[in-house]
Design a protein around this ligand. Structure first.
Ligand SMILES: Cc1ncc(COP(=O)(O)O)c(C=O)c1O
Length: 360
């Protein structure tokens, strides 16, 4: 089966095998050595010297951790949303009693730095900004991250970035871009099963968290980094996924970040070229297309759900559909993590053959 969804992604056999190992004592020396190794490895991929917490949670857990650690009840917060995952920050800010200012974009559009600056100028009490780097629901990568940290800091704010479906596949320069809180999840480009989430926290963010009265427990980031410094986690970790991560990091660091980024750039281009060659249109505006997931508009007269079903049942290829308002309107083709050119070519062939069948 060719799993062409934007996560969970395929896991290499060596990584699967690593996850099948017998349990160890998570309070013992083997786990301590592993957590030290993986924390260093993940930090290399994050391109950061900041502290890093590894949570036993899906990506949404990391998002919730960012909200409960950084936002006080009643605090004004700006959420930039270009799709479903931006909307998840909206829901989290509302759930924890933030005073929300929401900036929306049309599906397929990227966020605009000038509009964000206008919002910060118009709302000088906003000191907390949330944004999604790579919007998995629309196949758009926001290109403004290198400048956004500086902009938010100019207004004395703190920036939280969801890089769940980008970091580990495309460049995210956490320190160089001065990103305060950065989130990722194991089931994306990390070539690991779902179950672990990563949160990097810089000094600015720690200072804010220390003063934050928001109640928090499981996702209290300080507990996680303090525990990690002693070779443990505060709660029982997802040990099997951690074994996988240990192995996948070894493979990723052996491949090298530049090679990983080049591979994803090539994959994105190959899929976009292949999709356009079929006469299909992309949802993303030109120039902001994601190199980890491509959102394809379902052509007029085609039943999008049927297209997905035929691809799965008759061509052994699993694509993702649209979420929310985009349900039935787009097909999403994942190209991140462990993949070969042949997997992508086969994906494009399945896309074509299934479309021809549903068009009949
Ligand atoms: C950009 C983005 N943010 C957040 C999430 C949520 O992560 P999870 O489904 O692991 O909770 C995802 C997962 O699909 C994502 O792609």
């Amino acid at each position: 089966m060719n799993l062409r969804i934007p996560g969970p992604t395929a896991v290499p056999p060596e990584v699967l095998a690593a996850g099948a190992a017998e349990m160890i004592n998570h309070r013992g020396p083997e786990f301590a050595a592993m957590i030290a190794r993986t924390t260093e490895g993940v930090k290399k991929v994050f391109q950061t010297k900041n502290e890093l917490a590894t949570l036993s949670a899906s990506g949404t857990g990391a998002m919730e951790a960012a909200v409960v650690n950084m936002m006080a009840p009643g605090e004004p917060a700006l959420v930039i949303t270009i799709g479903e995952f931006g909307d998840r920050f909206v829901n989290l800010v509302n759930a924890y009693g933030g005073r929300l200012t929401q900036q929306d974009y049309e599906p397929g559009q990227a966020a605009d730095l000038n509009r964000i600056e206008d919002a910060l100028k118009d709302n000088p009490d906003i000191k907390l900004v949330f944004i999604t780097h790579n919007e998995t629901s629309t196949g758009v990568t926001n290109p403004i991250l290198p400048e956004l940290g500086k902009l938010v800091h100019k207004y004395d704010g703190l920036l939280v970035v969801d890089t769940i479906s980008s970091l580990s596949s495309v460049p995210v320069l956490t320190d160089e871009w001065d990103l305060d809180v950065v989130l990722s999840g194991s089931q994306k480009g990390w070539m690991t099963a779902p179950g672990l989430a990563f949160v990097s926290v810089n000094e600015r963010a720690w200072a804010k968290a220390a003063k934050n009265p928001q109640p928090r427990f499981y996702f209290d980031l300080k507990r996680h980094t303090d525990s990690a410094a002693t070779g443990q986690t505060p709660w029982t970790p997802a040990v099997s996924v951690w074994f996988q991560l240990d192995k996948s990091l070894e493979m990723m660091l052996a491949e090298g970040l530049e090679s990983i980024f080049a591979r994803h750039e090539r994959a994105g281009k190959m899929v976009r070229d292949g999709v356009r060659a079929l006469g299909l249109e992309l949802l993303a505006d030109e120039g902001v297309e994601s190199n980890t997931v491509t959102a394809i508009k379902v052509p007029e007269g085609v039943d999008g759900n049927q297209w997905l079903k035929v691809a799965r049942d008759d061509f052994d290829t699993v694509f993702a559909g649209g979420q929310g308002n985009l349900r039935g309107k787009i097909v999403r083709f994942g190209h991140l993590g462990y993949m070969t050119d042949d997997d992508l070519k086969a994906g494009l062939e399945a896309l074509k053959a299934s479309l021809e069948r549903v068009r009949k």
